[in-house]
Design a protein around this ligand. Structure first.
Ligand code: PEP
Ligand code: MG
Length: 547
């Protein structure tokens, strides 16, 4: 057995034979021509054919992987129509008196190099797209097709790299997994693999030769590796894991696409909690209606210094775009207590959980807050972002926050920078915010109840202290009564209330929350479908009668 490590784009296990994917590399020769006009006409006609292919690919991708992911083929169409690209091809044909193939190949190479040398990671990723369109043009010009998988048996596709068009064109029924030697986690191919829910590895250190071609292998997406010619124990272990995954998938399949409506017609929003952009695959895979809590402080915790506006903007924008119009609630940084960041240079505190954390940092160090708000407001022009503030205890805090948000908007306006108008909500995670929720509700667009902290502060129990577990009663009537009260106050003021603490994933309480009229439950992605199952099986009025 040989084991090769890669970067996992999408989890899951795939067992099958390896098929080394051979691209139909176009052999381009430089040929001197007399009739340059004829070559230019050939190029334009090839470009039209390529455009038709891309339109068809867009339609195919739209159906299979959604609008956002299909957009790459619109980008390819735009690149084909790009004046600089066209001019370069025409100039090479005209000035050097050469064939269209050569002019396209040189232009494609030059443009790809320009993109590859750019600072911006996203733009660097576009080098593969330029190569993709020049390969397409060359295939059309030479009358050849593009590479594909031979045979009927589903395989693990092993390639040097895969262009998005190659990925989407493959017959999904024949692909168990993608494994590439190159390719970044941010490439469109990776995004497509995630959205299709196919186990995939990129950056895999595996030889691309006849030695592995046709060999039995296992892609272990959870551990980011591929086992070639696995031994018996590994096969047994992986098959067992695969069976469990299949079982879960079956549940997933039957519930996917269904609305979260109870037997007596009450609908609830089922959203996902994420801490990282990498969690998005799970969000999509588990059919979340949106993101109910993006713990943005993880961006800070993973960094060595304050993440700047641009870095944050790119992350928030990407999340919003990937969620394609579904609501994405991003919580402003909740640093402090257990989430410590050295570069914040916070003073040591006797009681960090009761100290300078979350919104208290933001209001006392507005320069940090404003950077994040600028990134959030800018990103909200690209999707359905809502902003949520943690650890609120007083009305003046939310009023001051709203003033700062207006100041930031004004600054962006003056700098002619595009921004959106996200909904603003607060986390209800302190008893004080529960008690003033009637007043708070008039100031915001929504509430999200953070039961982890709410339980800690209500029961006066440090949530970090495992020795107090027996006292940490998450079903404590005081906490449940607070949730009921907050929901009622939200509704009185015409706003919605959700829960995003761990308690919402407690399946024993789902019916109770429905009975309270909670509008949204935001859980870890894997919990969405089990909760949906309960929602679909519940008759809320009957539950209320019998409780
Ligand atoms: C909560 O307190 O319930 C919550 C969702 O926030 P965190 O767990 O990140 O403090
Ligand atoms: Mg909290």
């Amino acid at each position: 057995m040989r084991v090769y490590k890669g970067k996992s784009v999408f989890g899951g296990t795939a067992v099958g034979k390896i098929c080394v994917y051979q691209k139909d590399e176009q052999q381009v020769r430089r040929v001197k021509v007399e009739d340059t006009q004829k070559e230019k006409d050939r190029y334009h006609s090839a470009s039209e054919t390529a455009m038709e292919q891309l339109r068809a690919l867009y339609e195919k991708a739209l159906k299979e992987v959604g609008e956002h992911n299909a957009a790459v083929f619109e980008v390819h169409q735009m690149m084909l129509e790009d004046d600089d690209f066209i001019e370069s091809v025409e100039n090479i044909i005209e000035l050097q008196e050469v064939n269209a193939e050569y002019a396209v190949a040189v232009t494609g190479e030059n443009f790809a190099q320009v993109f590859a040398a750019m600072d911006d990671e996203y733009m660097r990723g576009r080098a593969a797209d330029v190569k993709d369109i020049s390969e397409r043009l060359l295939a059309v010009l030479s009358g050849k097709g593009t590479g594909g998988i031979q045979g009927e048996e589903p395989v693990i596709v092993l390639a040097d790299d895969l262009a998005p068009s190659e990925t989407v064109q493959m017959d999904k029924d024949k692909v168990l997994s993608f494994v590439t030697v190159h390719g970044s986690l941010n490439s469109h191919t990776a995004i497509l693999a995630r959205t299709m829910g196919i186990p995939a590895l990129v950056g895999t250190d595996i030889p691309l030769d006849g030695i592995v071609d046709g060999k039995l292998a296992i892609v272990d997406g959870a551990n980011g590796c591929i086992y070639v010619e696995p031994d018996e124990d590994t096969v047994a272990e992986m098959l067992e894991r695969k069976n469990k995954e299949e079982e879960k998938k079956r549940l997933l399949q039957t519930l996917k696409g269904k609305k979260n409506i109870t037997l007596d017609g009450q609908e609830v929003m089922l959203y996902a909690n994420i801490g990282n952009i990498k969690d998005l695959a799970m969000v999509i895979q588990n059919d979340a209606g949106g993101i109910g809590l993006f713990r943005s402080e993880f961006i800070y915790l993973e960094a060595d210094d304050f993440p700047d506006e641009e870095e944050q903007f790119q992350i928030y924008k990407k999340v919003a775009e990937t969620m394609a119009g579904k609501r994405v609630i991003i919580r402003t940084l909740d640093i402090g207590a257990d989430k410590k960041c050295d570069y914040f240079k916070m003073e040591a505190e006797e009681n960090p959980a009761l100290g300078c954390r979350a919104i208290r940092i933001c209001l006392t160090r507005p320069e940090i807050f404003k950077t994040q708000l600028r990134a959030l407001l800018r990103a909200s022009a690209f999707g359905n972002i809502a902003v949520m503030y943690p650890m609120i205890t007083s009305l003046w805090e939310i009023r001051r926050i709203k003033e700062i948000v207006e100041e930031v908007k004004k600054e962006l306006e003056e700098q002619c920078i595009e921004y959106g108008n996200p909904d603003q909500g607060v986390m209800i995670e302190t008893p004080a915010s529960v008690m003033i929720s009637g007043e708070l509700a008039k100031e915001v667009d929504f509430f999200s109840i953070g039961t982890n902290d709410l339980t800690q502060y209500t029961l006066a129990i440090d949530r970090q202290n495992p020795k107090l577990d027996e006292f940490y009663d998450s079903h404590h009537p005081a906490v449940l009564e607070m949730i009921r009260m907050v929901t009622e106050n939200a509704h009185k003021a015409g706003i919605w209330a959700g829960i995003c603490g761990e308690l919402e994933a407690d399946l024993q309480l789902t019916r109770e929350f429905l009975a309270m009229g909670v509008d949204e439950l935001s859980v870890s992605p894997k919990q969405i479908l089990p909760i949906r199952k309960i929602v679909l099986e519940t008759d809320v009025s009957e539950y209320i009668r019998n409780r």
